[in-house]
Design a protein around this ligand. Structure first.
Ligand code: ADP
Length: 464
């Protein structure tokens, strides 16, 4: 008999409800792509401030269940405020995890697979395999745990361990214990049937000391169950031909209209209005991961070049200061917006010529994939998902869709900026790089199929 696979997808942020990073984009679009492939999928996330229902629907018929606890979840932010992480994060996400598992029985929805994402959901496979499994209802449920960023592991002081309700023996080197602290992600890696990361290169990188964030040993030990699947992009949301926010919609055949967006952006951002001058965009959390230290290290040299730079982002104070100073020194060349602004982000993707992502590491990265679609040429460091999506055009003149450098240094970045500038003046070559980017398909279609294959292998369900 044919049977569709039943999946519960767990995430602490899901678009269109809340977003702080790429996880929300994935959680709002992968389930929809899986539904299109016939998966019977539901989502569970916390009921944050501003969410006023118990359930909602996305896609055709995907129920999103909101786990309610006003004390824990009705706050101005998801994970922390200016004082740092919320001190009760362990209890908040332990509550969410337990309630999510209990909800399945209440709904009488017995999934074949629970697919959890990042440390906030890490207790779900841990609770399932250690507590809930004793109940017949939960016995056969398989688990997938997806790592979107290994740097955030959910590490907490051991004093909280008794409150988790787990056997004391699990606070052990073969369990959740990590240098005398609780490490939720470590537990999820151990207790999940499959672990995925968001790009094939990152799946390999995290098994090395350089990128393993202290868990490379454990990950190498479990390497047979680790898979890398590239995130897709929802082209219904990110498409310059349909985008209602930007000044003028465009496609490759109407590339001239992209430059109306450029002029509009220069105008709004207070930059010199000049269609010919190359405009570099950067939209990012302003943290070390994103390569801002090597950018800061060559910023003054970079700004001696004939180019403009527009930045949107928020994060570490020192970067706020560095970029604001650059703006003060070069008011016509530099625009800096410190904050989160989805509307301006779209205008920058549309109006820039080049998109900067010099990341130290990048599990997948969405910015470069969005840029490709908007005809904005990515300049990236060869790491993680950036290495899997961007092909250097100097090395590969017929297939290149961007500019790639390897060494993590300001000089390597500056050299690549210079390479971009000389390439930019060849308008015909530049246009063909844009064309390759705009024509590429990084939608969820292919990636969702890879998740489906994992689901099928895990459950050995005969699938239509
Ligand atoms: P990460 O998840 O590590 O932050 P990604 O590249 O995977 O990085 O995803 C970041 C997403 O968030 C992109 O869609 C990017 O455009 C968006 N984003 C980041 N910072 C801002 C900001 N300040 N304003 C608007 N959008 C932002």
């Amino acid at each position: 008999m044919r049977k569709s696979i039943k999946v519960l997808f767990c995430s602490s942020e899901v678009l269109p409800f809340v977003k702080t990073g790429g996880l929300a984009d994935v959680s709002g679009s992968l389930p929809i792509a899986l539904e299109k492939l016939g998966v019977d999928i539901r989502i569970a996330m916390p009921k944050y401030k501003g969410i006023d229902k118990k359930t909602a629907t996305i896609g055709k018929n995907i129920n999103v269940h909101f786990i309610e606890n006003d004390t824990y979840f009705v706050r101005d932010a998801l994970y922390g405020d200016r004082n740092g992480d919320f001190p009760d994060n362990l209890d908040r996400f332990a509550y969410y995890s337990r309630k999510t598992l209990e909800l399945l029985k209440e709904l009488n929805f017995k999934p074949d697979i629970i697919h959890s994402n990042d440390w906030q959901c890490a207790l779900i496979p841990i609770y399932l395999k250690n507590i809930f499994i004793k109940d017949e209802f939960y016995k056969d449920i398989k688990t997938i745990f997806s790592i979107h960023n290994l740097a955030y592991q959910g590490i907490f002081s051991k004093e909280g361990f008794p409150r988790l309700g787990l056997d004391r023996g699990l606070f052990n080197i073969n369990g959740l214990e990590y240098y005398d602290k609780i490490n939720l992600m470590k537990g999820a890696i151990i207790f999940s049937d499959i672990v995925t990361t968001v790009s094939p290169t990152y799946a390999k990188e995290i098994q090395t000391e350089e990128y393993g964030c202290g868990l490379n040993g454990l990950l190498t030990e479990h390497s047979k169950k680790i898979f890398g699947i590239l995130n897709g992009l929802d082209y219904n949301l990110w498409n310059p031909a349909k985008d209602k926010i930007i000044a003028k919609r465009y496609s490759f055949s109407m590339l001239r209209d992209k430059y109306i967006n450029k002029i509009n952006l220069q105008n709004e951002a207070g930059l010199e209005v000049n269609e010919d001058i190359p405009l570099f965009g950067l939209i990012s959390r302003l943290v070390d991961q994103k390569g801002l230290d090597i950018l800061a290290g060559c910023l003054s040299e970079m700004l001696k070049r004939p180019l403009q730079f527009i930045l949107l982002g928020t994060g570490e104070e020192r970067y706020h200061r560095i970029f604001e100073e650059a703006k003060r020194n070069h008011p016509n060349k530099v625009s800096v917006t410190l904050g989160y602004d989805a509307v301006l982000a779209q205008k920058i993707y549309a109006g820039s010529d080049i998109f900067l992502m010099p990341s130290r590491y990048e599990p997948c990265g969405l910015g470069q994939i969005i840029s490709l679609k908007y005809g904005t040429v990515p300049l990236v460091r060869k790491t993680g998902g950036l290495a899997d999506t961007i092909v250097d055009v100097t090395e590969n003149p017929n297939t290149g869709n961007g500019f790639v450098f390897t060494e993590y240094s300001s000089s390597a970045l500056l050299n690549t900026i210079d390479r971009v500038l000389s390439f930019y003046s060849d308008r015909i070559a530049w246009k063909s790089v844009i064309q390759r980017g705009m024509n590429a398909d990084f939608s969820w279609k292919a990636s969702a199929k890879k998740y489906l294959e994992l689901y099928i292998n895990l459950t050995s369900i005969k699938y239509k």
